[in-house]
Design a protein around this ligand. Structure first.
Ligand code: ATP
Ligand code: MN
Length: 477
């Protein structure tokens, strides 16, 4: 007898082989057919019990949610949708479940309901499929970079600078919140805090990744980042995972090429390695779309969309060209945009990004060369003196998935920009020093991992692609 997973059992052709399988009961029909799932595949294995020869008290305990072990021979299944089943010779309850109280019934539950039961939702088909795809994508990220000569660099999670400018931060402190030490002017004296200064959770590993790139040439970070922005949207989390490659000697064109090649690689990896899960999610996506009004439906099915993205070039468009398209667009003329496009210089809102990607080009778009004053201080200033070498990769259904730039490598220009942005030199002296000792052209970008998982799984809400989401007012589990 061998102990195997449900996935292994289902791909076994050795009919007659005696196996032991363990997992959780999805359904139990006719006192005879148990559907068991152990999370190794989207599919359940059917275990067939001989109820005449089984203790009725034991049969009663085979309920949805219970954990069981079965031993039996693999047999060719007569039921549709599966190749093999197990003819049970011995059955044991490993963990009982109260069917009255177990939150999930064998029917469709709303995503909101699943979120409230995040401790148990990995037991559902939808969520276990998402978790497996999420794993495959994370693995593909490391594989891509490793195969392409990048070094994985761990940048700090606690940061002493708040100059990164990417959003509101969470304070990290060991002071007594009820009675903190005070300065004479009544403000909190952080010199008495653990790090003898104010510290926060990081919003990005970029600045430190730059230090790595200026020594190891190609590095990437892949770690948790935190933003205390109170934006309750379907695209924002307070805690999310960010992938940030940083490459010495790359200019913005190289950076755009890297972002496109990287995205295509990881999406293709998921298509190849998660075929069953994506087939399931593709059907789910189609059902969700059917429930939407016609004009809000996506142009393509989920798998169709993924294949489109890996097989077509991303559109490249300067900010200036984008403004022209938007200004003359039908929704702008008909005053359908919440934020009308008046002219050059305005920041683009997600409604504008989605118009370009979903209606105008129907393709991923890389926007570049944004006005300097709407982008971060570290982005390289163009010769026109008013735009910077920034790029955003925009995806259908998602909007911004990547934000990146060529970095300002000139010491004098960087110092001037910091002054203009009101950033104290003492805070970032170490960042400035890299521009004094062997500076060079370099570029990088940040990809929000959950937005990538959203795109690949077709999930509309970012809270459904991370096991335990952190959002305003929510830190259960
Ligand atoms: P947005 O405009 O969508 O709020 P941003 O411009 O603030 O994003 P960046 O600072 O450029 O984002 O961060 C790089 C990437 O990190 C984004 O392109 C996005 O994929 C992801 N990201 C940013 N903020 C969040 C968040 N709160 N939750 C999840 N992902 C995020
Ligand atoms: Mn951005």
């Amino acid at each position: 007898m061998i102990t195997i997973s449900v996935n292994q059992a289902l791909t076994q052709t050795a009919v007659g082989l005696e196996v032991r399988v363990r997992g959780w009961v999805r359904t139990f029909r006719s006192n005879r057919f148990i559907a068991i799932n152990d999370g190794t595949t989207i599919h359940n294995i059917q275990a067939v019990v001989n109820f005449e020869q089984t203790d009725p008290e034991l049969l009663k305990r085979i309920t949805t949610g219970a954990c069981i072990e079965v031993i039996g021979d693999l047999a060719t299944s007569l039921g549709k949708g599966q190749s093999v089943e197990i003819n049970v010779s011995a059955l044991q309850i490993l963990g009982d479940s109260d069917p009255e109280k177990y939150p999930f019934q064998p029917k469709k539950h709303s995503l909101e309901f699943l979120r409230e039961n995040a401790h148990l939702r990995p037991r559902t088909s939808t969520f276990s499929a998402i978790l497996r795809v999420r794993h495959a994508l994370a693995f593909a990220v490391h594989k891509y970079f490793n195969d392409n000569g990048f070094y994985y660099m761990h940048t700090p999670i606690i940061t002493g600078s708040d100059a990164e400018g990417a959003g509101e931060m969470f304070r990290v402190t060991a002071l007594d919140a009820a009675n903190p030490p005070k300065n004479e002017d009544g403000t909190v004296n952080f010199k008495e805090d653990f790090f003898e200064k104010e510290t926060n959770l990081t919003v990005s590993g970029q600045l430190e990744a730059e230090l790595g790139a200026l020594a190891l040439s190609k590095v990437y970070t892949f770690g948790p980042t935190f933003r205390a922005e109170n934006s309750n949207t379907s695209r924002h989390l307070a805690e999310f995972w960010m992938i940030e490659p940083e490459v010495a000697f790359n200019d913005l064109d190289d950076n755009m090429m890297l972002s496109e090649d990287f995205l295509k690689y990881v999406i293709n990896y998921a298509i190849k390695h998660c075929a069953d899960d994506l087939e399931f999610l593709d059907k789910r996506f189609a059902d969700e779309e059917k429930a939407k009004p016609q004009q809000q439906r996506s142009e393509r099915g989920l798998l169709e969309q993924l294949n489109f993205v890996i097989n077509n070039n991303f559109v490249r468009l300067s900010y200036t060209e984008a403004i022209d398209i938007l200004k003359n667009s039908t929704p702008n003329k008909k005053k359908k945009f919440k934020y009308p496009i008046e002219g050059w210089g305005t920041d683009l809102q997600s409604e504008h990004e989605r118009f370009l990607v979903e209606k105008h080009f129907k393709s991923p778009v890389i926007l570049f060369d944004y006005p300097a004053n709407i982008k971060a201080f570290y982005m390289r200033l163009n010769d026109d003196g008013k735009t910077v070498r920034a790029m955003d990769v925009l995806f259908p259904g998602i909007g911004e998935i990547i934000g990146g730039s060529q970095r300002e490598e000139r010491h004098d220009v960087l110092k001037r920009k910091m002054k203009e942005f009101d950033i104290a030199e003492e805070e970032l002296w170490w960042y400035l020093e890299t521009r004094q000792f062997g500076t060079c052209v370099h570029s990088g970008f940040g990809l929000g991992f959950e937005r990538l998982v959203q795109f690949v799984t077709g999930m509309g809400n970012i809270r459904d692609v991370i096991p335990f989401p952190r959002t305003p007012g929510k830190a259960e589990f």
